[in-house]
Write a protein that binds this ligand. Structure first.
Ligand code: ARG
Ligand code: ZN
Length: 846
């Protein structure tokens, strides 16, 4: 049975809660949960509570037993009629649950013998009867009884005795922010003194033996706390902050009040086991979850349709944090790459939805790139339109006006209107309309006057055939033919379907440096010659636009090769120029040197109305890389040596930049040196960044047998490092071997597929190998679906999310489409398919 939820159906909850008291007697089987909830009537209506998979022992109102027949047939609802309720009352329940059987990892479950919880979005109903909706907020008092040595919940500790701990969280919160942890854990302790002088106890909790890899997480937490005070004036509000690493986790991490729970891969790091990318993500996600304390917890969402209210804003904040901690230019380019790869792809296919959707079947399917990353882009646009000052004023007002409330996107927009006096009616379309606008530029040049004609169009998306024009902030500059900037960054506000802007008094015809800083999440169509792109790549003052020029040059060359055979000379030449002073800005040079991926090439071909051929794309990309390597061998070899990072490993932006350039050079050189350098680096590198980089090169070159064995020998007992080993093989193997390899790996005893990290490593590794996943014989699709069918009964959430590998299936040729459709059809027809996966498959096939 599928039930669709609609935004339009939201009604206020008729009760508020003065306090929620919970008592847990923990056991792998038969955990007892006793609850007492003090309700007060606010409006008319029955008392409706949510539950899922609970063995209800007793129910009572003010001590008087309630009949268990008030529970619905499907066991998911408990309705006490209004007539049976006084205006204030205490509801009490006693239920039993089995954490040990909880493989879906939603609610209370066991991970490696440790009890832990995940309640967002609707996991609390798996713990006890409750109004499991974000607009019902309450202070919580929690008693945990267990023989585990460490017992944690939200808020401040009240007592920590033998076998029992009591926690009190004074800040009213919705149930999705509840958390409990009980296990054999050790802490990395530290403290932080807030800007008003309060001392906060900090702990990063890990399994014994992992302490030496938890230091970076603690440093990141302290940096986050300081940054939020300095940048947003936000102070932490409890006496303790606990952060726990768990091995079995469906997502990245969770911002439970005062007790953040993290996937261990986003906590544990050492030079030998984590890459530069891992370090950057750890810092970013620790920031993200910490920043939720204000944007998400103190101010939460009224309903799940408003998810981007907290996620878009918190992603935006974590992006700012990373830019401040590292390189703003590199961070922006990374973010644009991610947005294009994940969100543009989503927006162009059957799963397209607005940042604020107005209907869903399973909310867990909406923790998407659109809600998160596009949600952040929309805030970036807002900030550009109202300016730094306006943004700061609006945010200050938001925190004052809405502290303690559950809010909507309308509240958010109103704050900007009130703080700045701007009318944002049209801007709101960015929240309610799906799809990526296509911005077309044509130019007129006459007598020192440049006229820019812009058009915007957005293709229809599911359920939204009409797309009225949006406000598009277009940041641009002008670069003269000699490379000088003749107009610094200027923001044009486009509000119509087509609109022209004029620049007068120019000496010679300049080249437009368009969409600086990627000022709006749009695609661009314009006429520009390879020479003009090369000019921008050489001289643009905006790092994003400069990178984009080179990237477009490469993309055009690749598409030309993939569809008609030759091309790429200009890009090869431009790269030559870039390599000469690459050492001055290694991270930037590395970004320019890495060719657009196969997936992006396919996306671009499809967007231009073509049918991408995965094999031709692969061949074209390999050939261009080969040409570049051959043409620039000496320079690449020189840079490879120059980018060695002497001394002990440091995970900072500078070192990471040098290593990324070094590995970009290695990827090219491996094609012509018989993988000699990769072999040497693999054997000599003392950090995982270079180790993994070299291993990937060896796999691509087909010279990996010994390296893989050595790697497994060395890291066999480290789950996180072995996830890398499982991931890089299907990802980097040549397309003719990748599926067979994935199949072999799946047979291994250590392919612990019930662990989401391990499952994703192998299966998503294959899905990300474009030519292998889209193999002409359909073997990539079939293998993926076989495993999704196996996982669905065990873990619907992770299965459903991974269905998005298929969201582009209609782009490809008829034979591939037939294979994809057959595979998806098998999944759709599976008996007992979860609601999560069923919604995804139905939408993908629609
Ligand atoms: N709020 C978390 C974050 O973005 C994500 C948790 C989502 N979990 C889920 N099962 N849908 O930080
Ligand atoms: Zn978040």
């Amino acid at each position: 049975m599928t039930v669709t939820q609609y935004l339009a159906d939201w009604r206020p909850y008729p009760f508020e809660i003065a306090e929620t008291r919970l008592e847990f007697d923990l056991a792998p089987k038969g955990t007892r949960v006793r609850s007492q909830i003090d309700f007060r009537r606010k409006g008319p209506g029955d008392l409706v509570l949510d539950g899922a998979g609970l063995r209800t022992q007793s129910l009572a109102i003010d001590g008087k037993p309630l009949d268990l027949s008030l529970i619905s047939k499907d066991d998911e609802r408990l309705v006490v009629p209004a007539s049976a309720l006084p205006d204030s009352f205490t509801f009490a329940a006693e239920v039993e649950i089995d954490p040990e059987m909880n493989t879906a990892l939603e609610g209370l479950y066991l991970s490696g013998g440790m009890f832990c919880t995940q309640c967002e979005a609707e996991g609390f109903r798996h713990i006890t009867w409750y109004p499991d909706r974000p607009d019902v907020m309450a202070p919580f008092r929690v008693t945990i009884r267990s023989d585990k040595p460490v017992l944690l919940s939200n808020g401040n500790p009240v007592s920590r005795g033998q076998g029992e701990a009591v926690w009190h969280d004074p800040w009213p919160k919705p149930a999705y922010l509840f958390a409990l942890v009980a296990g054999d854990l050790v802490a990395i302790p530290d403290s932080f003194t807030t800007m008003s002088g309060r001392k906060v106890e900090l702990n990063v909790w890990v399994r014994p033996g992992d302490q030496d890899r938890a230091g970076y997480a603690m440093e990141s937490l302290i940096r986050s706390m300081k940054w939020d005070e300095e940048t947003y004036g936000r102070e932490y509000d409890l006496d303790v902050f606990n952060l726990v690493a768990v091995d079995d986790f469906n997502m990245g991490a969770m911002e439970n009040k005062g007790l953040n729970i993290f996937n261990s891969k986003l906590v544990l790091a050492s030079a030998e086991t984590a890459t530069d990318g891992d370090y950057e993500r750890i810092e970013g996600v620790i920031g993200h979850e910490y920043f939720h304390n204000w944007t998400g917890n103190r101010i939460t969402c009224r309903d799940w349709f408003q998810l981007c209210l907290k996620e878009g804003l918190t992603v935006f904040r974590d992006q700012q944090f990373t830019s401040d901690m590292r390189s703003a230019a590199v961070k922006r380019i990374h973010d644009v790459q991610t947005l294009r790869a994940r969100q543009f792809r989503e927006d162009a296919g059957p799963l397209a939805h607005p940042p604020r959707p107005d209907n869903y079947q399973e909310i867990n399917n909406f923790y998407t790139a659109t809600v998160y990353e596009k949600g952040a882009e929309v805030i970036g646009m807002l900030k550009r339109l109202v300016g730094e000052d306006g943004y700061r004023k609006a945010l200050d007002l938001y925190f004052i006006r809405h502290d303690g409330q559950a809010c909507t996107i309308e509240d958010w927009i109103k704050v900007f209107e009130d703080a700045t006096g701007r009318d944002l009616t049209q801007f709101k379309r960015w929240y309610t309309d799906a799809g990526t606008p296509r911005l077309t530029l044509s130019e007129d040049w006459q007598d020192g006057r440049l006229t820019l004609h812009f058009r915007q169009e957005t293709a229809p998306t599911p359920g939204q055939p009409q797309k009225p024009p949006r406000v598009i902030p277009i940041a641009l500059g002008l670069i003269g033919p000699n490379g000088d900037e003749v107009l610094p960054t200027t923001v044009l506000e486009m509000t119509e379907a087509s609109q022209s802007f004029t620049f007068d008094g120019l000496g010679a015809r300049p080249v437009v440096s368009l969409l600086r800083g990627f000022s709006a999440p749009v695609t661009v169509a314009r006429e520009i010659t390879a020479d003009e792109q090369a000019l921008l790549l050489a001289h643009d003052t905006d790092p994003y636009a400069r990178w984009q020029a080179g990237h477009d040059l490469a993309l055009d060359a690749l598409i030309f090769r993939a569809t008609s055979g030759t091309g790429g000379a200009e890009f090869g030449q431009a790269i030559g120029g870039l390599l000469t002073d690459a050492a001055a800005d290694p991270a930037f040079a590395a970004l320019c040197l890495s060719l657009p991926g196969e997936e992006e090439i396919a996306t671009t071909i499809a967007a231009r109305g073509g049918v991408p051929d995965p094999d031709a794309i692969r061949t074209a990309r390999e050939a261009l890389a080969q040409d570049i390597a051959t043409a620039h061998e000496a320079e690449l070899a020189r840079l490879y040596d120059a980018m060695e990072t002497p001394g002990p490993y440091r995970p900072d932006a500078e070192g990471a930049g040098r290593r990324s350039l070094r590995l970009a050079c290695l990827g090219l050189l491996t094609r012509i040196d018989g993988a000699a350098r990769a072999q040497v680096l693999f054997n000599s590198a003392s950090n995982m960044t270079e180790r993994q980089g070299a291993l990937e090169c060896l796999i691509a070159a087909g010279k990996d047998t010994e390296a893989l064995a050595a790697f497994a020998q060395e890291f066999g007992s480290n789950r996180l490092v072995m996830d890398k080993w499982f991931m890089v093989q299907p990802l980097r193997a040549t397309p003719d071997q990748a599926v067979a390899r994935a199949r072999d790996l799946a047979e291994r005893a250590d392919f612990d597929w019930k662990n989401p990290n391990r499952f994703r490593a192998l299966i998503s590794g294959l899905c990300a190998n474009h030519a292998a996943f889209h193999a002409a014989d359909g073997s990539g699709y079939a293998f993926t679906v076989d495993w999704l069918m196996r996982l669905d009964p065990v873990n619907p959430q992770t299965t459903a999310r991974m269905c998005s590998a298929f969201e582009t299936w209609t782009r490809y040729d008829a034979d591939r489409q037939a294979h994809a459709k057959a595979a998806l059809g098998r999944l759709a027809a599976m008996k007992g398919l979860s609601r999560n996966t069923s919604e995804m498959v139905t939408r993908i096939l629609a």
